[in-house]
Design a protein around this ligand. Structure first.
Ligand code: MD3
Ligand code: FE
Length: 221
């Protein structure tokens, strides 16, 4: 029998764990994230300079949160609208980092992206962190998305594969700095978000990205 190759395994440092979370695991993680959103509401960032709104809404948990506004991209300690510190990372989120990151320091940021049925994210690199030796761990919840990844240069060849609810994707090594984005959602492909219609109107997808931001060893983290 020919072994089916797992999507993306030829991208150096990328590891995909399809269905790493089962339905119960995904439900319980999502409940924890709804708790985060209660403390730190989803808001709509805008692009630097142009002020053009993102189609994705965002919030964060952990010590640091990723922000975008007219002044640029950066990490900060407070929610831009409530001005309160980000809520702590739930234990369920920390446990996923410890299981999948293979990195001996705690994550400092968990960016929560919410995609309504028509949201997408253009090709970009994650380069606002001071430590690229740590991987990024991504967890997908809800509707399946078509994920696109290229290489280290803008304009190079890209390929795409689906990210479904419960999938964990780890971006380490060279892939940590590759261009990537979300083309579109397969709207209605999951019922996971349905109980939270007051938070996520029309279903959609939640993606968590767990990150190191600062170089480790300068504190006790
Ligand atoms: C590949 N998020 O938040 S997750 C982002 O589905 C982001 O919300 C997408 O890109 C989302 O910055 C993609 C998968 C992912 C995350 C980080 C990466 C892929 C990556 C960093 C480098 C290369
Ligand atoms: Fe990204």
């Amino acid at each position: 029998m020919t072994e089916r190759r797992q999507a993306g395994t030829d991208i150096p440092g990328l590891r995909l764990y399809p269905g790493a979370l089962d339905r119960n695991g995904a439900e319980s993680l999502l409940a924890d994230i709804v708790g985060v959103i209660r403390e730190a509401p989803l808001y709509r960032p805008v692009m630097p300079r142009s002020g053009r709104p993102f189609s994705v809404r965002m919030t964060n948990c952990g010590k640091l949160g990723w922000l975008s506004d007219r002044n640029g991209y950066r990490y900060g300690e407070r929610h831009p609208e409530t001005n309160r510190p980000w809520p702590p990372m739930p234990g369920s989120v920390l446990a996923l980092w410890r299981e999948f990151a293979g990195y001996p320091h705690e994550p400092e940021a968990c960016l929560v992206n919410y995609y309504g049925p028509d949201a997408k994210m253009g090709l970009h690199r994650d380069e606002d962190e001071a430590d690229f030796s740590a991987p990024i761990v991504s967890i997908s919840l809800g509707d399946t998305a078509r994920f696109r990844i290229g290489g280290p240069e803008r304009g190079g060849p890209t390929r795409s594969f689906p990210l479904a609810s419960g999938d964990v994707l780890v971006l380490g090594g060279p892939s940590r700095l590759y261009y990537h984005g979300i083309d579109r959602l397969m709207a209605g492909s999951s019922t996971l978000l349905a109980p939270y219609g007051y938070v996520f109107a029309d279903g959609g997808r939640v993606n968590l990205t767990l990150r190191r931001v600062t170089a480790p060893g300068d504190g006790k983290t």
